[in-house]
Ligand binder design. Structure first.
Ligand code: KE4
Length: 427
């Protein structure tokens, strides 16, 4: 029995499914998940000492590469001054200022400790600001595990094929309208029927939780116009795409200005930080200023904030993003060429430091199209790559991530492994 297997058996005795977040259990790809002991740059090492090139990157935060010396030092320096005070600190002011400076749509920012907290709070704020109840989300988009959002969600819920979670009373989701991603007509119809009671639309402006799915031309523009016309709040959930799809996330790439944005992952640099923010007139409805309550013991935690500040400062470099995008493209196009050489039905898509791969002829544009791709071949590919020492995202419904540490040599090694993995695939 390997150490990974031993640990998984032990873990399963005291932790449901042996993991603290479902997607880590390899439920959709099978097998025993490696228990990671150490990470550095583009690599992770498991309990058996096996080294992998890592394309999970902690699901997005590790954009500089794991254990970046400056980030580790910032955490160490902050920790010796105390771990948490439950009082305001200068670092929180600096992080809020930095986020507002990088993302001008976020005139005001509230820090929290996870992406779920950020989206849950943004939804409550949109309802409190508008006095309306209904919210619109899109099938396959995942916004964390708050009750009203666990309806036909993506990520781990798709992985397990139960897109609507048990334990969520019908009453909690009857105000949640779920529409097809990229279907603007459905949004217009929903507003025609419920417009005066729709508080907000929440959308992953580039979806990363049903694999990587980009908005169709005009989709985001249409959401902006509809929300403006109906005084509804447009929320860009950029927890994954924020500072990863580009230096200003998708709102920077698209030029579309949301009313609220949610962030996490990169802004914590691997430590627990989330944030929601946007128009000051909306944000001023949040307690203690306004009557929409929201709070958190560890919100703005000084050690976590120190990691986030250094990470964002190191990302303030156009060359970083140009290189990140170029490396991601090199990987995606290299995989496509190798799959084609093996006669496989395969496609890829990419943006900034994130990419998707699909065992389908065309790049999918909806959750249904991803679900219709060859999931079994994905599983074979995943395990063949794991054997080759490449740790891809363990689900056909997840995007994968590159970092500043994914050099030409790392990409080349990955492609050589993929060539061997593709040859092993059986139809
Ligand atoms: P957290 O509560 O996991 O910090 O963030 C929830 C969330 C919200 N919005 C978007 C767009 C997200 O991608 C996420 C979390 N992403 C998943 C990865 N697909 C986290 C991995 C996990 O659940 O373990």
């Amino acid at each position: 029995m390997s150490k990974n297997q031993e640990l998984f058996a032990r873990a399963s005795k005291h932790i449901p499914g042996g993991v603290n977040s479902p997607v880590r259990a390899f439920g959709s790809v099978g097998g025993t998940p490696p228990f990671i002991e150490r990470a550095e740059g583009a690599h992770v090492w498991d309990a058996d000492g096996k080294k992998y090139i890592d394309y999970v990157g902690s699901w997005g935060p590790a954009i500089l590469g794991h254990a970046h010396p400056a980030v580790v030092k910032a955490v160490q320096d902050a920790a010796v001054n105390g771990l948490s005070f439950g009082a305001p600190t200068k670092g929180e002011v600096e992080l809020a200022e930095l986020i507002s400076q990088r993302l001008p749509s976020m005139e005001k920012v509230r820090l929290v400790s996870s992406g779920t907290e950020a989206t849950m709070s943004a939804i409550r704020l949109a309802r409190g600001y508008t006095g309306r109840n209904k919210i619109i989300k899109f099938e396959g988009c995942y916004h964390g595990h708050a009750d009203s959002l666990l309806v036909k969600a993506g990520s781990g819920l798709l992985t397990f094929g139960n897109p609507t979670s048990a334990g969520v009373p019908e009453d909690f989701i009857r105000h949640t309208l779920v529409l097809d991603f990229n279907n603007l007509e459905a949004v217009q119809a929903a507003f025609a029927e419920h417009g005066s009671d729709i508080a907000c639309i929440i959308v992953e402006p580039i979806a990363g939780n049903m694999n990587l799915i980009k908005p169709a031309p005009g989709f985001l523009e249409g959401l902006r116009e509809i929300c403006t016309a109906h005084d509804a709040v447009l929320i860009f959930d950029e927890v994954m795409t924020g500072f990863r799809a580009g230096p200003q996330g998708v709102q920077g790439l698209s030029g579309i200005t949301p009313d609220l944005t949610t962030l996490a992952k990169v802004i914590g640099g691997g430590m627990p930080v989330g944030a929601f923010g946007g128009r000051a007139d909306i944000m001023d409805c949040i307690a203690p200023l306004g009557n929409v309550y929201q709070a958190g013991t560890l919100s703005g935690n000084p050690v976590a904030v120190a990691a986030g500040l250094v990470t964002l400062k190191l990302l303030d470099n156009a060359l970083f993003y140009d290189t990140l995008a170029a490396q991601t493209q090199k990987l995606a196009l290299g995989l496509a060429d190798l799959a084609k050489a093996q006669g496989l039905t395969f496609s890829t898509d990419y943006v900034g430091g994130m990419l998707g791969l699909y065992f389908s002829e065309q790049v999918p544009t909806t959750y249904a199209e991803v679900a219709a791709s060859n999931i079994d071949q994905f599983k074979q590919f995943f395990h063949a790559m794991l054997d080759e020492g490449v740790y891809w995202a363990p689900s056909a419904f997840e995007a994968s991530f590159t970092s500043g540490a994914h050099t030409d040599e790392v990409i080349q090694t990955t492609l050589e492994a993929a060539e061997r993995a593709f040859k092993r695939l059986k139809n």
